[in-house]
Structures are given as C-alpha cells and as structure tokens.
Design a protein around this ligand. Structure first.
Ligand SMILES: [Zn+2]
Length: 292
C-alpha cells in the first residue's frame, strides 16, 4: 500500500514518501544490550523483538524553488520495499520533476531507487548530491572489494549487496552525481551537518523552512529505542562511538531549537520533535497516524 504524508510550512511543501518497510531482528539493532532490556524496549514501542519494523521514510521538499528528494528508498534491495514511485504517484509528484536527489549516505536502503530497471537514472532531470567523504569511500574500488569480502561491518549478508548496489545505483550513473564539502550548504536553505559513524561520510541536513527548521537525520537512529537510549547502536554502525557522538550532536541541536525532525527508519511518517531526557531524548510525534 502506497503511503505519503504531506504538510506545508510557509511556502515550503514537505511530503514524506514511504518506500515501504522491512524488519530486522532486535539483537541486530541493539548490540551489547541485555536481552531483558531489549525486550522491555520493544514492548514499550509495541515492536516485535524478533522482527522490528523498519520504515523507509523518504522526504520530498519543495524549498526555495527546488524540488528535492532526500534518499530514494531500498527499492528491490530489501523485502517489503520498492513503493516510492507508487507513493509519489499517489501524492501527484512525478519523478521527472525532481531537481535534486540528496543523499544522507550510500547504504543500499537509501539509494535503492536511484535507477530504473534499465539502469538509467530514475529521476532523469535530477542532479544527485552527496558529501565528499561519503563519495570518496564508495567510489574507491579497493573499498568495494573489501565490502565484497565483508571486511568493514563484518556483515556477510549485507556488505556484498551494499557494494553491488553502490555499483549499479551510484557509480553506474556517476556523471549525474555532484559532491560538496561535508559542512556546506549545497542548496539554498539546506545545510549539511557532518554526522559520521554510521558510514564514513554520513550526513544530516538542517533545512531552513522559514518559520520552522527541519532536520533530516538519516540513520542517526534506526528505531525509537535509539532515541530513548543515547548509547545504544545497531550492527550497521561502522564506528559506533562516532555514530553515538554524531547522534548526540544533531539531536541536541534539534532539541534545543524545538525543531522538526525526520527519522528515516522511524514509524511512518517519522516526523516529530525532541527534548533532552535523562539518558537519550523524548520524542513527540508531530502527526498522529492511525494504522489503516
Ligand atoms: Zn538506513
């Protein structure tokens, strides 16, 4: 079922487009956490510990005359995904009208719909943008060979697929990509924030929507319990210590501003506001969604 959620802030239109959802085992998402604590965390958020639901919330923003899409979903790389084009159709947005695809990082679940079934850019009129550190990692053939051998995350089920998707969905259309310094403002009203750790060049973005600020936080958290517990991290964080520090930096900034926050993998539509808590942060959903 295709899902989208639209809201406006001043003259800016924001549409959360769901690419679908998949599931990960609880222990994969809570490395080193006592099992009873894992179970309690899942109970609190009504998540199934054996199969924790993970959404793909791609964010479309019409800002300062640019139509921008932040990440493109998992496409065919993960079960339950590949729905972004249906969601766009339902929302009345054509892939051809996207001016910029902006990536938080190049994991397969964020670039999975970059190309169509013939390998051509799925957003034919868009420039694809990302930070120079992330580009440097994934465009290095030596790194791709090491991914094929699962030498980075030590995840043989995922790393060869990460490399394959980088080849087909990023490197094969590299002439459509532009990179920018990691702390740049690549587009008017879109400021990049280095938030490394999940991947070597993972970025968050701070969007100036006039009367509101919206933080695009990518994979700083994968599940609600990563908001509750500032030091919990998943198996897919390459440098957990750095990832945890990046999360604190961005989430504290968002909390102190009272800003809107988008979490890519949070329950749809994954938009809320943060305040600082004792351990992690408190999250308040901006839009109460009823389950269909
Ligand atoms: Zn992800």
């Amino acid at each position: 079922m295709s899902k989208f959620h639209r809201f406006s802030i001043g003259s800016s239109e924001v549409v959360v487009l769901s690419d679908g959802n998949t599931a990960f085992p609880g222990p994969f998402l809570m490395i080193g956490v006592d099992e009873n604590e894992q179970l309690e965390a899942c109970r609190k958020h009504q998540l199934d510990h054996a199969a924790v639901e993970s959404n793909m919330n791609c964010v479309y923003v019409n800002l300062n005359g640019n139509r921008i899409l932040f990440d493109t979903g998992a496409g065919s790389t993960l079960p339950g995904c590949g729905q972004i084009f249906e969601a766009m159709d339902s929302a009345g947005i054509s892939p051809s009208e996207i001016d910029y695809v902006v990536h938080t990082h190049l994991h397969l679940d964020h670039v999975g719909s970059n190309v169509d079934s013939s390998g051509k850019p799925a957003f034919p009129n868009a420039r694809y943008l990302l930070g120079e550190t992330e580009w440097a990692f994934w465009s290095d053939e030596e790194n791709l060979a090491r991914l094929d051998r699962a030498e980075f995350w030590k995840l043989p089920d995922f790393e060869p697929a990460m490399a394959a998707t980088a080849r087909t969905s990023v490197l094969a259309i590299r002439e459509h990509f532009d990179t920018f310094p990691d702390d740049a403002e690549p587009l008017p009203g879109v400021r990049a924030i280095p938030a490394f750790g999940h991947t070597p060049g993972h970025l968050a973005y701070e969007l100036d929507l006039g009367t509101e600020t919206l933080f695009i936080t990518g994979d700083l958290v994968l599940s609600p319990f990563h908001i509750d517990h500032a030091r919990w991290f998943p198996a897919v964080d390459l440098d957990p210590e750095q990832a945890v520090a990046s999360r604190a930096k961005v989430f504290n900034a968002a909390a102190d501003k009272g800003a809107l926050v988008s979490g890519y993998h949070l329950p749809f539509p994954g938009i809320g506001r943060l305040s600082r808590g004792d351990d992690g942060w408190n999250w308040v959903d901006e839009f109460a969604m009823s389950t269909p």
